[in-house]
Design a protein around this ligand. Structure first.
Ligand code: C5P
Length: 220
């Protein structure tokens, strides 16, 4: 099985308050995207494509090993991943799509996703239980529903797919569609998505507090 990793790194980092793209923000002295690429490789991914913000190719090339392929991302995460799929070499039979903003993803979690793909599942996502009561609100913030917590999961990345399944799901998606993850893209094409255990250490760095937690995790 030849696995390509697509690291979505074309976000702006506005919520982090950074003056560089979020993926270039440093954790223990190294850009987040470098940590995320390492995590995929340590878990068994053979090649990596990173989608970068427009105009930032040189800065990302300087932050990453020379054998990482760079592709220009788009205005939405969905557009960025689409560009990454197009840039991946045709030899891969599975694709792992990962957020650059999950720098401390343990290699074991990557291996669990790859193992489920090797077992024949076409779409695999790592998930965690929901510990807070979770509600639905209307435009005024009034609660309109409270789904049973036992059936809810938080979805992480890397999300793994049979390459042909992911490519055809993206091909069938409207050009301007903007979904928050890739499982939603294949589900829209009618593909069943199985889950494996995620890991709290793979948390997404979104706001400054998340970066402080990640620094604590690596002992800085
Ligand atoms: O915005 P959010 O935190 O959900 O972004 C998840 C990942 O998608 C981040 O790693 C970000 O860099 C990436 N992204 C992207 N292209 C965009 C927006 C987000 O690659 N246009």
């Amino acid at each position: 099985m030849h696995a390509v990793g697509i690291v979505a790194a074309a976000g702006s980092g506005l919520r982090l308050g950074a003056d560089v793209p979020k993926a270039l923000v440093r954790l223990a002295g190294r850009p987040l995207v470098a940590w995320s690429v390492d995590a995929l490789r340590a878990g068994g991914v053979d090649e990596v494509v990173v989608t970068v913000p427009s105009g930032c190719r040189d800065a990302f090339a300087a932050a990453l090993p020379g054998d990482v392929r760079l592709a220009e991302g788009g205005a939405s995460r969905t557009a960025s991943v689409r560009a990454g799929i197009d840039a991946a070499s045709p030899g891969a039979d599975v694709v792992l799509v990962h957020d650059a903003a999950r720098p401390l993803t343990p290699p074991d979690m990557v291996r669990r996703v790859l193992a489920a793909l090797a077992a024949g599942h076409p779409a695999v996502v790592p998930v965690l239980p929901v510990v807070d009561t979770t509600v639905v609100v209307d435009d005024d913030g009034v609660i309109t529903g409270a789904p049973p917590r036992s059936a809810l999961r938080r979805v992480q990345t890397p999300q793994g797919f049979d390459r042909a399944v992911l490519a055809s799901a993206y091909a069938a998606l409207a050009a301007d569609a903007d979904l928050t993850d890739d499982a939603a893209v294949v589900r829209a094409a009618g593909v069943a998505v199985v889950t494996v255990a995620g890991d709290e250490r793979a948390a997404k760095v979104t706001v400054a507090h998340d970066l402080a937690l990640a620094e604590a995790q690596v002992g800085r």
